[in-house]
Design a protein around this ligand. Sequence first.
Ligand code: DGY
Length: 328
Amino acid sequence: MPNLAAPKPRVLLARRIFPDIAARMAEAFDLDYADDDQPLSPEALRQRLQGKLGLLASGTEQITAELLDACPELRVISLMTVGHNNVDLAACSARGVRVSNAPDVLTETTADFGFALMMAAARRISESEHYLRRGDWKQWRVDLFAGADIHGTTLGILGMGRIGQAIARRGALGFGMKVIYHNRSRLAPEQEAPIGARWVSKEALLREADHLVIVVPYTPASHHLVAEQDLALMKPSATLTNIARGGVVDDVALARALQQGRLAAAGLDVFEREPQVHPDLLACANVVLTPHIASASVPTRRAMCELAERNLLAAFSGRPMPSLLNSF
Ligand code: DGY
């Protein structure tokens, strides 16, 4: 029987979410709702967190050791994103602050989008649409926007976690692609076999892939994992798709490779200084650019918010959090 007299936990909901989910949270918690699409500034976040026990945040709010020290009552941080590079997890663990993210619920949707972005880059869909809208289309031409094939080519996946494997399945089973991947750890043989996936070195991946899709988490170790010298190994006919995080790819080096014809095309959903996009990338016709929306289907974005809500509810009712990140 819930103790109706007990005060509700004080929680900050730091980003605008779906109204019905926010309304439900307002019943369960003593909720301070930052009902805005504009992220709180670091100072506003610090102020609004005073006295709060819980925080529901996105991948944008920077959770640093300094912020935690300034908000000593904070016990639980629940992210609505799977990526958690905005949170200093070690600092949270050291202070006993539990942190959860939103894995699994976005895997298939994000893989759909990664595949779509790869196909759009290879088949020059954005570039040709802009041409048509500008009124430049005067006649059919045998090589008009002739791009690269997807079926039967080699799909290279950098980062073979849940989303990487979901992309590999699409490539192997739907498009007859040969799948190679590079990851710190190899998949078990029974995971590799159904999709014919083969682990290769990073160098071999870059050299052999016709279409490279990047899905590694962003950490200090993966900063500029794909830089000038890596791009130089790729086939000039290849495409590169990044749905991981800005910073994994050196955007300036990528723009140079695209401009100089050392890479055929790219599909980018994430950027080093997003929401700013490097002007050299904006100037490239052969890149498809999207505003960090790989997981943005309505059901999936709702599921991400609901998982974040469930994590908070579990934490404050003494149950295990479904996707706790700390290993205390
Ligand atoms: C995630 O969940 O990490 C997606 O990139 C959305 O930010």
